[in-house]
Design a protein around this ligand. Structure first.
Ligand code: DGL
Length: 272
């Protein structure tokens, strides 16, 4: 048993898709979340910049008595497959979204055609394809960067009837329809906020895999395996930190989170 918190980070509100699932699966755990809203987007930046941001995010969470760090950002999760973002960290339990989401997609596909949508950095890294091919070498993987999705989500344009969001979604998803993928990984944790729209375009037969939700399931398994679940019998606390305007962040949290939870929201600054 371990009553320390689970640390989660993303560049913004995307990682809340992981937190929502954590609250369902592990309601008694304390959670500390960091959204680096002052520096979002990460997905259009260089690997070196993403790497240095990620190290600062990890260092921040380590100051909050965490037992595990979840990288609820597809971009950092992709970069960390070849760059040691945890090199200065003493945290043993850690995971990104790529491996859990790739496993879920391989388990879901029937026609062995998997689509991956993510930020430019994620798609360029080929991270999901590499892991999918280690699990199932004969799967066709189709990748597409969707750079307009993160600003749409961060500005609250997530409704499936939003004409602007639909325009970009149709452009980006055209290749997925043409390639007849039956499983689509939402490889950026912001994208499940657009899942109503994405599903409307792709059709009900296409299984959407939320990378953030898969990470939460993985966290449950890892904590159980290491006997590190909390012994708490009441609901755990939720502390949310952002690096830019607290008001804007609060508005987004209220709009985007499934669970109406009592979260403490604070602005912080990272050590640069
Ligand atoms: N939510 C982040 C991800 O999963 C990306 C957003 C960004 O570009 O910062 O990739």
């Amino acid at each position: 048993m371990n009553d320390s918190a689970i640390g989660v980070f993303d560049s913004g509100v995307g990682g809340l898709t992981c937190v929502d699932e954590l609250k369902k699966l592990l309601p008694n755990e304390n959670i500390v979340y960091l959204g680096d809203t002052a520096r979002i987007p990460y997905g259009t930046k260089s690997r070196e910049t993403i790497y240095s941001y990620a190290k600062q995010d990890i260092a921040f969470l380590e100051q909050h008595d965490v037992k595990m760090i979840l990288v609820a950002c597809g971009t950092v999760s992709s970069v960390m497959m070849s760059m040691p973002v945890f090199e200065d960290s003493a945290i043993e339990l850690k995971s990104g979204v790529v491996v859990p989401a790739a496993h879920a997609a391989c388990a879901a596909t029937r026609n062995k055609r998997i689509g991956v949508i993510g930020t430019s950095a994620t798609i360029k890294s080929g991270s999901y394809g590499k892991v999918i091919h280690e699990i199932m070498p004969d799967v066709k993987v189709v990748g597409m960067a969707c750079p307009m999705f993160v600003p749409l989500v961060e500005n609250g344009y997530t409704d499936k009837d939003c004409a602007g969001a639909r325009f970009f979604a149709q452009e980006y998803l055209e290749v997925m329809k043409r390639e007849q993928v039956d499983t689509l990984i939402l490889g950026c944790t912001h994208y499940p906020h657009l899942s109503g729209l994405i599903s409307d375009i792709m059709g009900d037969d296409v299984k959407l895999v939320s990378s953030g939700a898969e990470l939460a399931k993985h966290a449950l398994n890892t904590l159980s395996y290491h006997d590190a679940l909390s012994s708490r019998t009441q609901e755990g606390s939720l502390e949310l930190y952002c690096t830019d305007s607290e008001e804007l962040f609060r508005e987004n949290v209220e709009k985007l989170m499934d669970t109406n939870i009592n979260a403490k929201i604070s602005r912080c600054s990272l050590k640069l």
